[in-house]
Design a protein around this ligand. Sequence first.
Ligand SMILES: Cc1cc2nc3c(=O)[nH]c(=O)nc-3n(C[C@H](O)[C@H](O)[C@H](O)COP(=O)(O)O)c2cc1C
Length: 289
Amino acid sequence: MKTLKKIIGAATVMVMTSTASLNAQKVLVLYYSQTSNTKAVAEEIATKLNADIEEVVAVTPYDGDFKATIDRCMKEREKGTTPKIKPVKANIAKYDVIFLGYPIWFGTYAPPIATWLGKVDLSGKKVVPFCTFGSGGLESSVKDLAAKQPKAEILEGYGVRAARMAAMPAEVDQFLKANGFLEGAYVKLQDFSPQRAVTDTDTKIFDGAVGDYPMMNAKAISVATRPIPYGIEYKFIAVDKPRDNAPMTPPPGGDKPGDKDLKLPPPGEMTVFVTVANGEKPVFTKVIR
Ligand SMILES: Cc1cc2nc3c(=O)[nH]c(=O)nc-3n(C[C@H](O)[C@H](O)[C@H](O)COP(=O)(O)O)c2cc1C
């Protein structure tokens, strides 16, 4: 424990940001949210930055349950359509920075955001993506965003699992400070150690973090670690185990085992981030496929 404390002391550096150049920028927080997780992040960001905020609203809302939403999305995908949205009132031309928020649906931004991105020109705008998800999807959605709006300057984004919303306010605070949007001290984490083969102890940590999640049926192969305040972060490389009848994703708000009709993402290698706070159970923070 003594050694760990020493490592943490040396590895996590408090850094101060200066937001002088950012204060003059006009910021809009624009988001879509079906079950209010993304809305909570949007409101947190807007409050902290004292920014304008607006919700993207589908003309016919996705107000069904998880299965009904999946079914409607499948139909829209077959037809190659995205839902009609109500006009966004904010005058985008007026803003320098747009925080764009969405839940991850099928590995990318939810369809109402796809509709908006198809209507708007974000050339020259700074876009800060943020999202909530069952297991992950920030990275894949950012790729899609960059392809859809190649002339926008896409800055580092923030994503949080629906199951970890309690950690969101503190993480958003650190995120805004680390990226120069808010003044104040933040913790700069060191790089991960090189990947090494997992030990039995690592496997227990991995299984403990993902075991309850119905979508994950994976086996850890290798791991890298780094100290974080009050604990350790693990970066596992894992592969899918055979997974008949597993659900594609848990319903928003819950982790109830899913529907046999739902298709899982293609099997393959994935990167799974896990944190273990001192004395607490391991939790996974995101999966990148
Ligand atoms: C139709 C649908 C598809 C989803 N697809 C994914 C997915 O591919 N990956 C994932 O990690 N979570 C997925 N989720 C979970 C949501 O991203 C998650 O519950 C999110 O926090 C919901 O945000 P909201 O409360 O702002 O609507 C999906 C949820 C729905 C309803």
